[in-house]
Design a protein around this ligand. Structure first.
Ligand SMILES: NC(=O)c1ccc[n+]([C@@H]2O[C@H](COP(=O)([O-])OP(=O)(O)OC[C@H]3O[C@@H](n4cnc5c(N)ncnc54)[C@H](OP(=O)(O)O)[C@@H]3O)[C@@H](O)[C@H]2O)c1
Length: 332
């Protein structure tokens, strides 16, 4: 099978390429080359911001194209310029219009489409437009609405922060948001990549949610402490104190991940994945992904230190938030 990956130089694209190579497929990765594609692929430099940027890969018929872009113009041009036997678009759960109720399914309402992605906050709307382009293509297509992707290579730190923090506590406890029942789910990057290669080969047609089994923040923290073999306990800090301390939810600098302090997003991690599972999606337990994320965090920390823009709190921030929480008697 001749597989073209539009991307292949970042975490998920690299994993897709690696799994496809392991199956003996001929894999071409087309990207600008911000990082290398896996050894064994043919790498073709392209810049999709250019109108004819895909010309170097448009002269042959691919058995499948996997597109990882979030830019509607990139995807529209790809559908216009390429004519594969099958498309796979990696989309996102963020396309859904609401998360104030559980279990969004594929037929649930989506956001209004958006033609140009200028603001990262419009990511979900941009992916709605990307989906429409691929679904309008001549060929069959799999649109995969992924939940949070975790495990090795998670450069955002969302899957690796808590196990890493339990392994490197700044006290007898670990600062966590007081939202123990917050639903949590993530899909291991290699489970998603395996399934992407699988659906590309089978030419599975349709739209599918893909994420791991939903659990709670309490359980995710227990798993994280266990992975770190840590005796530290969670210090549940209420969201008001966290806001006062300048701690953001979900991701980025000085944040606490796997937590969204907004009732309209509460059920984000409860996607209905019945259709994907019936179509062969298999996901490993969260404990395995967390253990892999911890190993990745450890290897990264050795090489680069822990960069401040990754999710989580620095040692100093964690000490400061703990002092504020205990001083205000808001911990419990
Ligand atoms: N992370 C999550 O938790 C999560 C959750 C749901 C869905 N998703 C989706 O999962 C996918 C993740 O993909 P990924 O890990 O491979 O990372 P990514 O950062 O989303 O991938 C972007 C890829 O596109 C390439 N690219 C970007 N701009 C380009 C341009 N102008 N011309 C050509 N290539 C360009 C990049 O390579 P170069 O920089 O080398 O060009 C890179 O290989 C995305 O579709 C994302 O929306 C992610």
């Amino acid at each position: 099978m001749n597989l073209l990956i539009l991307g292949g130089t970042a975490v998920l694209g690299r994993a897709v390429a690696t799994h496809a190579l392991a199956r003996g497929y001929a894999v071409t990765c087309a990207a600008r080359g911000s990082a290398p594609a896996p050894a064994g692929c043919t790498f073709v430099p392209v810049d999709r911001d250019d109108v004819d940027g895909l010309a170097p890969v448009a002269d042959r018929r691919w058995d499948a194209v996997v597109d990882l872009s979030r830019d509607p113009r990139h995807v529209a041009r790809a559908v216009n310029d390429l004519d594969p036997a099958h498309w796979v678009l990696v989309s996102t759960a963020n396309v859904y219009a609401r998360f104030d109720s559980p279990e969004q399914a594929e037929a649930s309402p989506t956001l209004a489409p958006l033609e140009h992605l200028d603001d990262a906050a419009d990511y979900g709307r941009a992916k709605v437009t990307c989906e429409a382009s691929v679904r309008g293509a001549r060929a069959s297509s799999t649109v995969i609405r992924s939940g949070l992707i975790g495990g090795p290579g998670d450069t955002t730190g969302r899957s690796g922060y808590y196990p890493w923090r339990f392994a490197h506590p700044t006290g007898a406890d670990v600062v966590v948001p007081d939202a123990p029942d917050m639903p949590v789910a993530m899909i291991d990057v290699d489970d998603l990549a395996t399934w992407i290669v699988d659906v590309a080969q089978r030419r599975l047609h349709g739209v599918y949610n893909a994420t791991g089994t939903t659990t709670t923040l309490r359980e995710a923290l227990r798993i994280s402490a266990e992975a770190a073999r840590s005796a530290a306990t969670p210090l549940w800090v209420d969201p008001l104190t966290l806001a006062e301390a300048g701690v953001a939810p979900w991701m980025g600098e000085a944040s606490l991940p796997l937590w969204i302090d907004d009732p309209t997003w509460r059920w984000f991690a409860t996607l209905n994945t019945t259709a994907a599972r019936a179509a062969g999606l298999a996901t490993r337990p969260l404990s395995a992904t967390i253990a892999r994320a911890l190993a990745y965090e450890r290897s990264r920390a050795v090489l680069h230190g822990r960069s401040p823009d990754r999710a989580g709190l620095s040692d100093d921030d964690e000490r400061r938030v703990r002092a504020l929480a205990l001083g205000g008697a808001r911990g419990r």
